[in-house]
Design a protein around this ligand. Structure first.
Ligand SMILES: [Zn+2]
Length: 413
């Protein structure tokens, strides 16, 4: 397959690691660019003229990208894709001034979704999640992380991870599974977070590790949810099983999450609404990736967006994710890029780096996806806009017109 005459071919060619500081502004764009794809892999990248000279045999599928942007498939490194039900009624509560923690303490929030998810059949859970995944693909996401965390007991957590596996098998999106048993303390352990952490360490983690159901283990480290000691205990146990680590860190208050993520060697610390300066510096030193989720304060009607500008300037490599969940039903990385620019003072180029190569690095996939370079997986999208800056600029609609996954055209309009 040849993709020809892209007005901007956004390659993100560069070091195969998360980009930091000024590197985040370098998209390595080829004007009148072309990509040659063979056997699901990127064979060659360059100017249309030179690609045509090298690969001009007959019988090759040609795609004309004139006037369009061609770029790597978007990588969404933080989602709660699998759940049952919805919580649209909370929008009115939020509009009337109730906070996330108040809604949670009133029996809503995560615990409401835990009830709905526990009550759903495996088939229903799969069907509801698949519908979201299809929409994410249509919006250009070709690699998506997905967490458990609405079962909390052993059986339903495992059912959620099995659902992620089945979605990965049956849909043209690569899924990366994360165990997030430590999302909230379940009702059966109410008031005893320590005992619940012991339950996860002794009963659940060994089974998940044995069956290789999760690549990462994540914890909601936040005042009133899991404290630093509890989070550390769980993360170190997961590390012992060879799992990668992630932390929901300092979303609402400085809870020591950023520092903990750096300390235990987590691949990323996510949210970072209110990290301490020490936490930020520790992350910068250890190259811990900051995964920012601007859809969350947007849907929570909060003004507390992470300070993306400052984090980048201090040297933390930044990625972006949708945080798709029943509180923040955001299936679009394009909208997330737009929010990052409008609300976190990231530039369009930085936001695109954060949604591609840096997001891939936040999943340990920087050598396989996240840029258009020879040898990488042919996950490529085409957008019906003349320059990349139109992605954040034209928000609220889908600019993607073609999605290629592993060298196959899987969606177009
Ligand atoms: Zn989350």
């Amino acid at each position: 397959m040849l993709i020809l005459h892209a007005s901007e071919l956004v390659t993100l060619k560069g070091p195969r690691r998360a980009r930091a500081k000024a590197e985040m502004s370098d998209l390595s764009i080829v004007q009148d660019g072309a990509v040659a794809i063979s056997d699901g892999v990127i064979l060659d990248v360059g100017k249309t003229e030179s690609i045509l000279r090298e690969h001009n045999s007959t019988g090759i599928e040609r795609i004309d990208a004139s006037g369009k942007v061609v770029m790597p498939g978007l990588v969404d490194p933080h989602t709660h894709l699998v759940y049952a039900g919805s919580r649209e009624f909370e929008l009115e509560l939020k509009a009337k001034g109730k906070s996330y923690m108040e809604i949670l303490e009133g029996g809503g929030g995560i615990l409401r979704t835990v009830r709905d998810t526990r009550d759903s059949s495996p088939q229903d859970l799969f069907r509801q999640s698949a519908k979201r995944l299809e929409s994410m693909l249509v919006h250009g996401s070709t690699t998506v992380e997905a967490k458990s965390g609405y079962g909390l007991d052993k059986d339903v957590e495992i059912r959620m991870l099995e659902t992620i596996k089945r979605l990965d098998d049956e849909y043209p999106v690569s899924l990366v599974p994360t165990y997030l048993g430590a999302h909230v303390v379940p009702p059966e352990f109410k008031g005893d977070g320590d005992a619940y952490v012991d339950f996860m360490v002794v009963e659940v983690l060994p089974e998940i590790a044995r069956r290789k159901l999760a690549e990462f283990c994540d914890v909601f480290c936040e005042k009133g949810i899991f404290n630093v000691q509890q989070s550390r205990k769980l993360l170190l146990a997961a590390k012992g099983f060879g799992m990668g680590l992630k932390v929901h860190a300092d979303e609402f208050s400085n809870s020591g999450g950023a520092q903990l993520a750096a300390e235990v060697g987590a691949i990323s610390a996510d949210h970072l609404g209110k990290p301490s300066d020490d936490g930020i510096m520790a992350m910068a030193r250890r190259d811990t990736i900051g995964v920012l989720l601007p859809g969350t304060p947007f849907s929570s009607m909060s003004k507390d967006y992470a300070d993306g500008r400052r984090l980048i300037d201090l040297g933390v490599p930044i990625a972006l994710g949708t945080d798709l969940n029943p509180n923040c039903w955001n299936e679009s990385m394009q909208f997330t890029i737009s929010l990052a620019c409008h609300k976190m003072r990231m530039t369009p180029a930085e936001a695109i780096t954060a949604a591609t190569i840096n997001a891939a690095a936040a999943l340990g996939l920087e050598r396989k996806v996240g840029s258009i370079e020879q040898g990488k997986r042919a996950d490529v999208i085409m957008l019906d806009i003349p320059t990349y800056a139109h992605i954040p600029y034209k928000f609220g609609t889908n600019q993607v017109s073609l999605v290629i996954k592993d060298g196959r055209s899987v969606w177009e309009r």
